[in-house]
Design a binder for this molecule. Structure first.
Ligand SMILES: N[C@@H](CCC(=O)N[C@@H](CS)C(=O)NCC(=O)O)C(=O)O
Length: 201
């Protein structure tokens, strides 16, 4: 497999999953500061974004959350090994947290992040305040889940924790978790895993 990647991008999730699974892959770093990712000769992503994963059969996958879930499904249930995804047919809550992270939480974090990258004259404090306020309203279900157990599905880390904690680490960097010690502790516990350290090295 070949991962087209930049560690300051949503590609970090995919590399983290590949490292958790111990899969062989080639990592092709695209320099987003120079716009290298926008060169169709260098990036197979249909929209010239990152990440893209080229599988061994040549198929190109985009969408970081979908790739993480696919990798967990395809390789994450080795016998006697760590199960990064529940068995097929028992994935209701697993999918719930994967989609909650991508569809419900990420837009608010991205709104704050994107604004911070704009020139001061173009920034929109009202939009940022609204995104921060909305994000805060979305946290209680996660907090409730993690009050009684270490990970979203129970005692074991799974791919939905990878996605959720990665998003929370991003949110923390935007100052969106200042009053959330439980969620920060969870995100940091997941983020300290050796596979993530390798992915971000
Ligand atoms: N929903 C996509 C988003 C992909 C995306 O927008 N990637 C950003 C980096 S995080 C990118 O490549 N931006 C560069 C650009 O649009 O030129 C995913 O999760 O993979």
């Amino acid at each position: 497999m070949k991962l087209y990647f930049n560690k300051f991008s949503r590609g970090s999730r995919v590399r983290w999953m590949l490292e958790e699974l111990g899969l062989p892959y080639e990592c092709i770093v695209l320099d987003m500061r120079t716009g290298e990712h926008r060169d169709p000769a260098k990036n197979p992503h249909p929209l010239l974004k990152v990440p893209a994963l080229v599988q061994d059969d040549g198929t190109v996958l985009m969408e970081s959350h979908a790739i993480v879930v696919h990798l967990a499904d395809a390789y994450g249930r080795v016998p006697d090994g760590a199960a990064f995804i529940p068995p097929s047919g028992q994935r209701g809550r697993f999918y719930q947290w994967c989609f909650y992270t991508q569809v419900t939480l990420e837009p608010e974090v991205y709104a704050v992040f994107r604004d911070s990258r704009l020139p001061a004259a173009e920034q929109n404090p009202a939009l940022v305040a609204a995104a921060r306020a909305k994000f805060a309203t979305l946290l209680p279900p996660i907090r409730a889940e993690l009050t009684s157990k270490p990970y979203l599905l129970g005692d074991a880390f799974s791919a939905c924790d990878l996605l959720m904690s990665g998003l929370l680490i991003w949110a923390k960097g935007q100052g969106m978790l200042d009053d959330e010690p439980l969620l920060v502790a969870y995100a940091e516990r997941c983020g300290a895993r050796p596979a993530r350290q390798r992915a971000m090295a």
